[in-house]
Design a binder for this molecule. Sequence first.
Ligand SMILES: C[C@@]1(CC(=O)O)c2cc3[nH]c(cc4nc(cc5[nH]c(cc(n2)[C@H]1CCC(=O)O)[C@@](C)(CC(=O)O)[C@@H]5CCC(=O)O)C(CC(=O)O)=C4CCC(=O)O)c(CCC(=O)O)c3CC(=O)O
Ligand SMILES: NC(=O)C1=CN([C@@H]2O[C@H](COP(=O)(O)OP(=O)(O)OC[C@H]3O[C@@H](n4cnc5c(N)ncnc54)[C@H](O)[C@@H]3O)[C@@H](O)[C@H]2O)C=CC1
Length: 213
Amino acid sequence: MIPLVHDFTGERVLVFGGGPVGARKARRFAREADVVVVSPTFEGDSYGDSQRVRAAPDPADVSDWLDRFDPALAVAATDSTEVNEAIERAADQRGILSNRADRSGARDPGHVVVPATVRDDPVVAAVSTGANSPVLSRHLRQELESTISGAGGMAELTGSLREELDEFDSQTRRTALRAVVDSDAVWKALDTESANAHQVAIDVIADATGDSL
Ligand SMILES: C[C@@]1(CC(=O)O)c2cc3[nH]c(cc4nc(cc5[nH]c(cc(n2)[C@H]1CCC(=O)O)[C@@](C)(CC(=O)O)[C@@H]5CCC(=O)O)C(CC(=O)O)=C4CCC(=O)O)c(CCC(=O)O)c3CC(=O)O
Ligand SMILES: NC(=O)C1=CN([C@@H]2O[C@H](COP(=O)(O)OP(=O)(O)OC[C@H]3O[C@@H](n4cnc5c(N)ncnc54)[C@H](O)[C@@H]3O)[C@@H](O)[C@H]2O)C=CC1
């Protein structure tokens, strides 16, 4: 299994099942996608900014629901193995990605797993155990939280420095950017509201390359 980062903006995700698992997946995808959750019951869980449709499709009806909503991804999170299987089958027939929440282990082609995710926008880190151990994904995600915290600011700073360093040759630019991400002073400045992290980075670049911006 190979991780990719997919932009779901403007795409539809159809989630079958409104229990805690369906709600969790709906919340996750509703950050970007147009999410529809189909379920006979909805609990107190939050479903994010998603549309809820009260229905309990039979396995034979699932195909019609995919035709009706035409999703890029179908999530099978019901407590019925037969319904989840039908969702997977119907998605395969249409070449739509599918996620089975009720299966671990090996996947067939075109089937995706939802990894544990840590964000500090625009940085995102995801952990998968190849669908073998969700509880380990969760544990590692918790460990990664402190590593990723603050990385969003560093991504924005180095993103804009890349543009400012446009005139430099590529080797010097690489040396400069590596020095910035390796610098404790820059990380500290990003974490200190009153500090000017950009200026600290410029000083680090001058030290590392002998060139000034
Ligand atoms: C294969 C996969 C399919 C998919 O959903 O894509 C899948 C399947 C199953 N999970 C089950 C159980 C649990 N899942 C969690 C938690 C998470 N599960 C997630 C993903 C995945 N779960 C995919 C693999 C990801 C990978 O590659 O590692 C996470 C990472 C993302 C998310 O779902 O948002 C999220 C953590 C998010 C976070 O904290 O950051 C916990 C932990 C807890 O609750 O404490 C438990 C209880 C402990 C246990 O059982 O391990 C069961 C049995 C159900 C039953 O017995 O009824 C199945 C089905 C089966 O095993 O057959
Ligand atoms: N991937 C994961 O992280 C986890 C997966 N699971 C698996 O995911 C499944 C769902 O977990 P929970 O949300 O905790 O279960 P749950 O039993 O609380 O919720 C199932 C939901 O599916 C709905 N439903 C039933 N028939 C339906 C149909 N025909 N069409 C649409 N919706 C239908 C029910 O009304 C209910 O809202 C479990 O059966 C379990 O196998 C469980 C825990 C974690």
